[in-house]
Design a protein around this ligand. Structure first.
Ligand code: AMP
Ligand code: MN
Ligand code: MN
Ligand code: MN
Length: 280
């Protein structure tokens, strides 16, 4: 069983890389890709744990991309994590995350979230600050009833705690992944709240820029969305990928490793010659 999209404490997940691998093994996952936002820091500890639990760990990352004033997420799979161009690119995105976090903290302090930056950094630990850290602080301080409300009221575009980040261009992100011998996947095509026209435009732009695969089945996709995504993949000759986007056990509707299989006529990323485990 494959799960090729999930998060650890290296970004905005709640389990350490080792805990995540243990849960994957418990859930029957045989091949796991850890895909933290804009970092590969969790891969080495995940690979050590995978060796203990007897599952295959595939190198992964989820890169934040700015595309036509929107954000897209590009998952990289089975690349060389030591590739210097990829590493430099990710370092740039982490610096942008840091700058954005400082600006968000300033705005959130104005609406009553005390000491926002230091507390978000303490919560992120060695990992990188993402919006869910601020969402959890807003809930902890009683400013919002739950993290979903925190996003809706404060953290989404147009809300008082939102700051536009300058992520990387689509072509560059795909170039980093392909340059490191990996497979570039457009993540969760139904996760952007795009209209059908915008989703099709994004898939076309991704394929045009050299992207190789589309995430067909995710932890929150329904069968109708999966068949629409399969159509998109066929139209552009993209491989199929699957990944839960697991972040935390608290996401009760979603389980690490619980995914439907993509339509049988689609070629999958794991059938590609570039696909294989990381030797950690
Ligand atoms: P960032 O990359 O720092 O902008 O944070 C984006 C992350 O926030 C996503 O990867 C999700 O994990 C999380 N997220 C986005 N929207 C919501 C939401 N409405 N409720 C909870 N978490 C969300
Ligand atoms: Mn996330
Ligand atoms: Mn994402
Ligand atoms: Mn994700």
């Amino acid at each position: 069983m494959y799960d090729l999209h999930c998060h650890s404490t290296a970004s905005d997940g709640r389990l350490s890389p080792g805990e995540l691998v243990a849960l994957a093994a418990e859930n029957g996952v045989t091949t796991l890709a850890l895909t933290d936002h804009d970092t590969v820091d969790g891969l080495a500890p995940a690979a050590s744990a995978a060796a203990v639990y007897g599952i295959a760990l595939v190198a992964g990352v989820e890169i934040s991309v700015s595309w036509r004033r929107r954000t897209l997420h590009i998952v990289g799979l089975a690349f060389d994590p030591a590739d210097p161009f990829l590493a430099a690119g990710l370092a740039g995105l982490q610096a942008e995350r840091g700058r954005r976090a400082a600006r968000m903290a300033e705005k959130l302090e104005k609406i009553g979230l005390a000491d926002a930056l230091a507390r978000a950094q303490a919560m992120a630990g060695d990992g990188h600050i993402a919006r869910p850290h601020f969402a959890r602080l807003l809930v902890a301080d009683g400013l919002c009833p739950d993290t979903n409300q925190a996003f809706r009221r404060y953290l989404k575009p147009g809300r008082p705690g939102h700051v536009c980040a300058e992520w990387v261009e689509l072509e560059a992100a795909i170039g980093w992944i392909r340059g490191a011998d990996g497979i570039a996947v457009l993540a969760h095509p139904f996760g952007y709240r795009f209209s059908g026209a915008w989703r099709r435009r994004a898939v076309a732009a991704f394929a045009e820029a050299g992207g190789q695969a589309l995430e067909i089945c995710t932890g929150s996709s329904d069968p109708a969305q999966e068949s629409t995504a399969a159509e998109d993949a066929r139209r552009h000759g993209l491989l199929a990928s699957v990944g839960s986007d697991f972040h935390a056990r608290e996401q009760a509707w979603l389980r690490l490793g619980r995914l439907r299989r993509p339509a049988a006529d689609l070629r999958t990323v794991w059938q590609d010659s570039k696909f294989g485990p990381l030797h950690g």
